[in-house]
Design a protein around this ligand. Structure first.
Ligand code: MF3
Ligand code: CO
Length: 315
């Protein structure tokens, strides 16, 4: 999984070096033809100025999204329905999670509550992943596998990462939970990680760059004395679980993909109390741990860029 994400990332970098772009992944309509976006309006009354503006950014060297990544109103509606399930499942977990249960039980809740609402847990069998949800406790950065042997204890901090597919539309979000009384140090980590999403969100608007958002998060986290994981990031999502763009939370302002209405992606920075270094479990091939054994926290939301800012699809 991490490999998948970083390979996509390097492929993107390579494409950029070659000067390849795909704004024109579909043929642009004539002025009086129907717009490519599915609105039924004439191109000149719909996305013509938008495309010209995108093209200007492209000529200036910006990474602009291909039309294929921009969701139509119909697709956004489908993603919202999927996200409703994802939110409801996380709400269910929030109501029932407590010390004494196993992470395997959480996996069962997620499976049952998703299927009950007509969805399918997207992680199940994804690239060989064996469970319906990721449960990442304390020093586990992400992709923790639910297990009948891991009982939640007072003092644990745990990330529950849910993803749903409904009618071909994908949603993805995660939340942190503090089990019983948690140390002030871990509580603060969880809280700062949550606040970093708001800091990032303030940068999400049309004609801004994903790098503006990544930089804002990174600065906020550094100011608070923590570090942001670099090589595992967020992703575009909607018609597939993981789409372009790959999303960094340590990027520079004015870099990475241009944000335009219809682009849908996750904000999910992994925040380490100590160093940003990590490693993947050699046996299960999934569980990611902090190198220094210190705790890590992550919240994830799925957002769409709108005409005047953003819409939170899943949380
Ligand atoms: N939200 C996680 C991600 O996008 C979900 C991973 S599911 C897994 O990476 F199957 F890949 F573990
Ligand atoms: Co994700």
């Amino acid at each position: 999984m991490i490999e998948y994400l970083s390979i996509t990332y390097y492929l993107k970098k390579f494409e950029k070096m070659q000067g390849v772009t795909d704004l024109t992944d579909i043929k642009l309509p004539g002025r009086n033809d129907e717009c490519w976006c599915g609105s039924g309006k004439k191109y000149k009354k719909c996305h013509m100025d938008f495309d010209r503006r995108m093209h200007e950014y492209e000529l200036a060297g910006a990474e602009v999204p291909p039309h294929s990544l921009l969701k139509t109103p119909e697709q956004l509606a489908g993603i919202r329905e999927s996200a409703k399930i994802n939110i409801a499942v996380l709400d269910y977990v929030a109501e029932h999670i407590r010390a004494g249960i196993t992470t395997e039980e959480i996996d069962r809740w997620v499976y049952e509550q998703t299927v009950l609402r007509g969805g399918i847990p997207a992680p199940l069998h994804y690239e060989g992943y064996p469970k319906s949800v990721c449960t990442s406790i304390d020093e586990v950065v992400c992709h923790g596998i639910p297990s009948p042997d891991r009982v939640l204890r007072e003092g644990d901090i745990i990330n529950i990462d849910c993803s749903t597919v409904l009618g071909g539309y994908f949603s993805d979000s995660s939340r942190m939970f503090c089990i019983g009384e948690v140390s002030p140090e871990k509580k603060r980590l969880v809280e700062v990680a949550r606040q970093s999403l708001q800091v990032g969100l303030e940068q999400v608007k049309p004609w801004g760059f994903l790098g503006d958002m990544g930089d804002a998060i990174n600065r906020f986290i550094m100011k608070n004395g923590y570090s942001v994981v670099r090589d595992i990031g967020g992703h575009g999502i909607g018609l597939a679980f993981h789409e372009d763009p790959w999303v960094s939370y340590v990027s520079a302002p004015g870099t990475e993909m241009l944000m335009v209405p219809g682009l849908v992606f996750t904000i999910e920075p992994m925040i380490n109390m100590g160093s940003c270094e990590f490693y993947t479990d050699g046996e299960d091939g999934w569980t990611v741990y902090t190198e220094d054994g210190l705790p890590s926290a992550q919240w994830e939301i799925q957002v769409a860029v709108t005409d005047d800012g953003y819409e939170i699809l899943s949380y």
